[in-house]
Ligand binder design. Structure first.
Ligand code: ATP
Ligand code: MG
Length: 251
């Protein structure tokens, strides 16, 4: 069975998509097969892997049962990494599924039986039906947290939603860990954020921190993961190391 990881923090711009793409790329480098499910109407994982957002077989059609997950899965230019793309259509899914009794189970049903070692779900910056669907489908929650002043804000609420889904709809859901992103070791603020996170989350904070690194920010505009854009950059080395930690924890 696949390890299904929901990459979620309802705060915007904390590194969810960057983490999804680069974790996928390194898991594949380590020989794993990986599917990225773009579950964000912004479609950043889709464009970040070099795909146009015009597509009639996306996560939206899969959630509505119009297209099979297999038919909505694209091979990427990066060996071992497949993608279920998304675009702005996906925003309508929340409304269109509103009256469906199985609305929280749509993604789970779609992903059951797919043959991958890892499935990474790139969530939107919201606690919405799309994120609940991701948490119901997943067996792991991965929370990227940006090392900045408001980092802790919202994490309590996120953990409440995680606990509620675990207790009601998905007892198989567990916290894979908290990943510190955009870490700048020259600032004492970044160090304070890590200390705070460790106080709250203990050992579940990943040992690897992702540094703020311009090469990571550039890579999506080339439609590439960092492993292909600049594999010797600090950002690349950090995501490679982080991917090893993920494989150790997931196994
Ligand atoms: P959203 O909530 O909008 O989906 P997100 O949480 O997915 O955002 P990203 O899109 O991954 O966040 O990152 C936000 C921005 O910060 C992007 O422009 C990205 O390229 C940049 N970025 C992410 N991680 C780093 C990093 N470690 N160093 C420098 N820039 C980064
Ligand atoms: Mg994103």
């Amino acid at each position: 069975m696949a390890h299904i990881i929901a990459v979620l923090n309802q705060k915007g711009g904390v590194g969810k998509t960057t983490t999804t793409i680069n974790l996928a790329a390194y898991l594949a480098k380590f020989g794993k097969t990986v599917l990225i499910v773009d579950s964000d109407p912004q479609g950043n994982a889709t464009s970040g892997l070099g795909f146009e957002k015009q597509n009639d077989a996306t996560t939206y059609q899969v959630l509505l049962g119009l297209v099979s997950p297999e038919d909505a899965t694209l091979e990427t230019a990066f060996a071992g990494v497949a993608l279920m793309p998304a675009n702005t259509n996906l925003a309508a899914a929340e409304i269109e599924l509103m009256d469906q009794s199985d609305k929280e189970n749509r993604l789970k049903k779609a992903l059951v039986g797919l043959q991958y070692d890892y499935i990474l779900i790139d969530c939107p910056p919201a606690l919405s039906l799309l994120t609940v669907d991701a948490l119901v489908a997943a067996n792991w929650l991965l929370v990227p947290v940006q090392a900045e002043y408001y980092a802790m804000e919202g994490l309590g609420q996120l953990m409440e939603v995680f606990q509620r889904v675990k207790q009601t709809m998905n007892p198989n859901l567990n916290l894979l860990g908290v990943l510190v992103t955009m870490y700048d070791k020259r600032t004492s603020l970044a160090e304070q954020v890590v200390t705070e996170l460790q106080k709250y989350f203990g050992e579940t904070v990943f040992k690897t921190h992702i540094p703020r690194n311009v090469r990571l920010a550039e890579a999506p505009s080339h439609g590439k993961p960092i492993s292909e854009h600049d594999k010797w950059s600090k950002g690349a080395r950090a995501y490679k190391q982080f991917s090893k930690e993920v494989m150790n924890r997931a196994s």
